[in-house]
Design a protein around this ligand. Structure first.
Ligand code: UD1
Length: 365
């Protein structure tokens, strides 16, 4: 049995690593990695391959950036001949990035079963490119692997037959469980001269927040307000950095005492920084889940989430509104210790990839 696993962007690597490891336990299951090249900087890609012990990709498509259409179309064109040459028994895609929908679409047209890991999540906000990718990928997938109850409910509402849907837990948490100890041993905090819980960690990259001046200005303002309470560590995504430069806001952000801009961090470094943070302010999807597992408070810079279990059971909060004053009140409240303790959601136990491997072997046989 042969499976092609697709990775493209940063949040894919920590999801595919445990799957590849689980598949590799079986001598009769050949697992290959296809990297579309959606993310190409060493800090957005290579460091994750090294730290997550992924093999060099069997194919690298080198599609790079561009508009959504260019990126998606290039991925499809580059992937098609590989699929024809490899003739796999299934193509596995994770998450909701452009590489996910592009490769799923090529596979389904060739009659190759599509396995979607992290299926069923819906924010209800169709302005997000990821929401479109989620809906489309789920609608053409043959097997859908779900992380939380809301995913099961959404797929039922969309009339996906029960027989295609499997509640397995969260492969991203598999990576966290696997590497947590290693991340704890890093000396990054000592090197930066910070004590545990003495800082707020911030990340921002969603187009809705960083592709326009007003959004960038409110991010600068939130950083400034938060820095009055604690040091702010801000590893900055290439999209956000280039837009900050474009609107002349980078210097302003850098000039705030107690805000430290950093390069995008490796997987282990970021895990280390998350585990020791007093609070994380982010617009990432995955970080909402990782902080829930780590039971660290997370303020999500959005008014909706496709991962409601992180709010219902976990330590995640959505913004009440975008007004920087309201955001500051929320930050102050959380830093004052009025934050929920949270619980780890069902099946987020480090064994999701094993469950998926067992199901795939049974179903595809
Ligand atoms: C993509 C995903 C998003 C995910 C995010 C994680 C889609 C629609 N979005 O968004 O869901 O949360 O990845 O980071 O797939 N760039 C670099 N170096 C890189 C990668 C990107 O400089 O290695 C720059 C390029 O200018 C690029 C821009 O960042 O155009 C945005 O990259 P892109 O892949 O289009 O989307 P992300 O914003 O990273």
């Amino acid at each position: 049995m042969k499976i092609l696993n697709i990775v493209g962007a940063r949040p894919n690597f920590m999801k595919v690593a445990p799957l590849h490891r689980a598949f590799s336990q079986y001598p009769d299951l050949e697992s290959k990695i296809i990297h579309t090249g959606q993310h190409y900087d060493a800090r957005m890609s290579e460091v994750f391959f090294n730290q997550l012990e992924l093999p060099q990709p069997h194919y690298f498509l080198g599609v790079g950036g561009g508009t959504h259409t260019q990126q998606t179309a290039r991925t499809m064109l580059e992937f098609e001949p590989i699929l024809a040459a490899e003739k796999p028994d299934a193509v596995l895609v994770v998450g909701d990035v452009n590489s996910t929908i592009a490769c799923a679409l090529v596979a389904v047209k060739e009659g190759i079963p599509v396995l979607h890991v992290e299926a069923g999540l819906r924010s209800g906000d169709r302005r997000m490119p990821e929401e479109i990718n989620r809906i489309l990928t789920d609608s053409i997938s043959d097997y859908l692997f779900v992380t939380e109850q809301a995913g099961l409910d959404n797929l039922k509402r969309e009339n996906v037959p029960d027989g295609k849907v499997f509640f397995v837990g969260n492969v991203m948490i598999d990576s966290l469980v696997h590497y947590r100890q290693k991340a704890r041993q890093l000396t990054l905090l000592q090197e930066t001269g910070l004590a545990p819980a003495s800082y707020v960690l911030m990340t921002m990259h969603r187009p809705a927040n960083v592709d326009h001046e007003q959004g960038l200005r409110s991010i600068v303002r939130v950083a400034r307000n938060t820095a009055q309470h604690k040091t702010v560590l801000f590893p900055i995504h290439p999209r956000t950095l280039s837009n900050m430069e474009k609107w002349g806001l980078k210097a302003e952000l850098e000039a705030i005492p107690q805000v430290r801009l950093m390069e995008p961090q490796g997987y282990l470094e970021f895990l280390h920084l998350m585990e020791n943070a007093a609070l994380i302010i982010t617009d990432s999807g995955g970080i909402q889940e990782e902080t829930t597992y780590l039971q660290v408070p997370c303020l999500t810079f959005r008014d909706s989430t496709e991962r409601p279990v992180t709010v219902e059971l976990g330590t995640n909060y959505l913004l009440r509104d975008l007004n920087p004053e309201t955001v500051e009140a929320q930050v102050r409240d959380i830093l004052a210790g009025n934050s929920k303790k949270g619980q780890v959601p069902p099946l987020w136990d480090g064994r999701a990839a094993e469950r998926i491997a067992t199901i795939i072997r049974e179903k595809l046989r």
